[in-house]
Design a protein around this ligand. Structure first.
Ligand SMILES: [Zn+2]
Ligand SMILES: [Zn+2]
Length: 178
């Protein structure tokens, strides 16, 4: 994504805006692979202030993700608001000032786009808020099937609570005896 800013460089203070939609290759991120199911969409407005460009906007797309509970694939939309600055400097100088560099009459947005994705894209998520996950015993997907092992596991959990009452009863017995 590139913006020709020849006109804006001559007209400090003028705000312009652009819309981009571009396919993006998968991004490797800490052992995860971010796969986009929609083009990356960027709405950006930018203005030259005599020294650099301030740029604001929204980046959005959709990711193919695997549910952390049931491992099924699902699509997760995400969007990020941004506010960045582009200065006429080398990449290193710009990075030190937490800005992006531009040279000539072109703003090159790819580095900013990648940074926004890496810093903001969701990596973990559930296919739906109430995903039941997989059965810990037989491994079946509890969103689709109800296996025989689940009721057993639930019954076992329900049998444990009586102990506090048993302890209370024991305490009362002791007090009566004293
Ligand atoms: Zn799930
Ligand atoms: Zn099961």
């Amino acid at each position: 994504m590139k913006i020709n800013v020849a006109a804006e460089l001559k007209l400090a203070g003028k705000t312009s805006s652009r819309h981009f939609e571009e396919e993006h290759a998968p991004v490797e991120l800490g052992g995860h692979r971010l796969i986009f199911t929609m083009p990356i969409s960027v709405d950006i407005s930018y203005a030259y202030d005599g020294e650099g460009f301030s740029a604001q906007g929204v980046l959005s797309s959709e990711l193919l993700m695997n549910c952390t509970k049931c491992h099924s694939e699902f699509r997760q939309p995400f969007s990020v608001e941004f506010s960045e600055r582009f200065i006429k400097a080398s990449d290193d100088e710009a990075e030190e000032l937490e800005c992006y560099a531009f040279s000539g009459e072109v703003l090159e947005l790819d580095k900013m786009v990648l940074d926004l994705i890496v810093l903001n894209a969701p990596v973990y998520g559930l296919c739906k808020p109430d995903c039941k996950g997989l059965c810990p015993q037989c491994g079946c997907d509890l969103n689709i099937t109800q296996c025989a092992c689940v009721p057993l596991a639930e019954e076992e959990e329900e049998e444990t609570p009586p102990s506090p009452f048993a302890q209370l009863a024991a305490l009362l017995n002791i007090e009566e005896e004293v």
